[in-house]
Design a protein around this ligand. Structure first.
Ligand code: SAM
Length: 265
């Protein structure tokens, strides 16, 4: 079977079991976080042990299908990241734990303000394209502020492990489909540009409404997505077909590039 540019409907554990080993260059996962979100088919509410056991099953499959030069990014809540790190440290090399500053709904006594983005590689030989941005250090996400940053003479710098200028999509009008937790395009753009090259295969086993696949296509990577909800699968396929209409939501590719980014765009 050809695994390139496919969006598959099914349970990602079952689907990945049918994949041969060592085929994926970059895996990104944004799984349900056990927060009782409404994803239609999947019930996002489990006891802690079952949830962790479930995550380890799909993580094992991802590890198996990653190429020896492959990378994994796992986006999750800090409380799950601790468990995932202990597990992944047995099989992969930990590169960074990125804090994504993405203000959330108040819960508990201290306001949760970040997600954890775990970055692992399968070996010491892996792709990393150093991306530099001007806008890593300020918080304002309004179009005016973004434009000011992009046209200002601020010094460009490589990413740090705190990402505070990529903002969660909070308003329905900014969503590219009807889905409660879709990610911003610019968030995926950073990951895909940094950790893959043109024509590489990018896997997302919890594809939602296709953000990873759309950005992969725009950046000329190949995508392989899995999603359990057939409605989201349909949405994703439609969105990928129309990927060019989302190009303006990327932040890095149309800017003058500090390094020779054009060689891998
Ligand atoms: C947090 S959302 C991903 C959103 C995605 N990053 C986007 O931007 O659209 C998690 C997705 O995983 C899907 N899902 C849950 N369990 C799954 C499973 N076992 N296999 C595949 N997909 C699953 C849900 O339907 C949901 O769309």
């Amino acid at each position: 079977m050809n695994y390139e540019n496919k969006i598959i409907n099914g349970d990602c554990i079952d689907v990945m079991k049918d994949f041969p080993p060592d085929i994926v260059d970059l895996a990104f996962t944004d799984p349900p976080y056990n927060l009782e979100k409404d994803y239609g088919l999947y019930v996002d509410s489990n006891d802690k042990e079952n949830y962790i056991h479930w995550t380890e099953q799909w993580l094992m499959e991802i590890i198996r299908v990653l190429k020896p030069t492959g990378s994994l990014y796992l986006l999750t809540l800090p409380k799950w990241a601790i468990h995932h790190s202990v597990f992944l440290d047995k099989f992969l090399y930990r590169r960074n734990t990125i804090a994504w500053d993405a203000l959330s709904t108040p819960r508990g006594k201290i306001m949760p303000a970040h997600y954890s983005l775990l970055f692992y590689t399968k070996s010491h030989s892996y792709t990393f394209n150093q991306i530099e941005t001007k806008h890593n250090w300020t918080h304002c996400a309004r179009a005016k502020c973004t434009q000011e940053r992009n046209t200002s003479s601020l010094e460009k710098r490589p990413f740090s492990d705190i990402w505070s200028n990529v903002h969660r999509i909070k308003h329905r009008g900014k969503r590219h489909a009807h889905h409660p937790t879709q990610l911003p395009f610019s968030f995926m753009e950073r990951i895909i540009l940094s950790s893959s090259n043109r024509n590489d295969l990018v896997l997302d086993p919890f594809l939602g409404v296709g953000t990873t696949a759309i950005v992969s296509k725009l950046l000329r990577r190949k995508y392989l997505g899995i999603e359990i909800n057939p409605e989201y699968v349909q949405e994703s396929r439609k969105n990928v077909e129309q990927a060019s209409t989302f190009r303006s939501r990327l932040e890095l590719i149309d800017q003058p590039q500090p390094r020779d980014l054009s060689t891998f765009l």
